[in-house]
Design a protein around this ligand. Sequence first.
Ligand SMILES: Nc1ncnc2c1ncn2[C@@H]1O[C@H](COP(=O)(O)OP(=O)(O)O)[C@@H](O)[C@H]1O
Ligand SMILES: [Mg+2]
Length: 374
Amino acid sequence: MTATSGGGRLVVDALKKDYELDGEAVPVVKEVTFTIEPGTFYSLLGPSGCGKTTTLRCVAGLERSDGGIISLDGRMLSTGTEHASPDKRDIGMVFQNYAIWPHMTVFANAVFPLQVGRAKLSKAEARKRAMEALELVQLDHLAQRPATALSGGQQQRLALARALAHRPRLLLLDEPLSNLDAKLRDTMRNELRSLQRTLGISALYVTHDQSEALSMSDRVAVMNQGRIVQEATPRELYDQPADRFVADFVGRANMVPAVVVERDGTGDAVVEALGTRLRTPVPDGVAAGDEVTMTFRPETVRWHETAVDRPNVLPVRIVRVEFLGEIVEYEAEVLATGGPVGTIVGRGAPLATPPEGGRVFLELAPRACRVLAA
Ligand SMILES: Nc1ncnc2c1ncn2[C@@H]1O[C@H](COP(=O)(O)OP(=O)(O)O)[C@@H](O)[C@H]1O
Ligand SMILES: [Mg+2]
């Protein structure tokens, strides 16, 4: 299928954007730098208010950046002082709230943007491209329906068709699935991802939902307070979070204060934490005596009825067990002679649930532990 002209390469370098607040310039995007390679799916992931939408709107040309450059396939779109208009950027955009026109048919929604403005096409060409885009999202058989007769999922597919009808080199998506119910969201994730792959289009996806970002993206940039704090593949991000913020925002993480006792030559160390000595890998530059944070994921914690002769096994009392459907989450108080010395959250399959109130042992496999520098 040739509904796009392939994927573009987007370069965003030291992008800055300020908003005026009470006559003062408040920076909301602070030197954001990233590159989207042709045909890849790239996500900006971060909490509400961290500057994702503003970044996206600067790329689309809906906001004027205050510094840095934005280029697509080497063509300058924004320089901080000069800005190409949105309709000259070769970019398609899909928003959270569909933004379809209710008084038009499905077909009219798809064809209208192709018949107006500077991008205006001949009637025949516009019809051809609109139908092609509707086919891509499997709405061609509903072309003559009023747009309001579509379900939420279909309306979002229509918004996608409208963005694709221009055959853009880059697709921007701002939380496009958050108005859909959970089941449909999963289906649409797969549809969107497979369509993006089929077309070979580049995609910049904005979301606060970590499972969306992890499941769909080739690369993910985690944003916090206007900055990118880590950029990596989903797997790297999950397994090797750069700091406490990422460890906590992407998935769930136990974090306990620790002091490095000694490190060996292989990148492993013994730390004092949770009232005992534990083995964990440590990053370069961390030395004996350093105060650090040790982190491990709840799903890597294993529980045992009796002590096992392996490293990092702690006596605990289970204080809470919560059934979450496909998994069970539990909270344990780590026991020491002087009393509890901390809590650990674990997760596991519902078949093997630790007994609430019971005294058991938790194993924190050293390979599943990490140390974050202060
Ligand atoms: N038009 C605007 N005027 C002033 N402040 C804004 C405007 N749009 C967004 N902001 C502020 O900029 C920050 C980033 O917003 P936004 O980019 O929408 O974040 P996100 O999409 O990550 O939730 C927020 O603090 C928000 O309140
Ligand atoms: Mg937003």
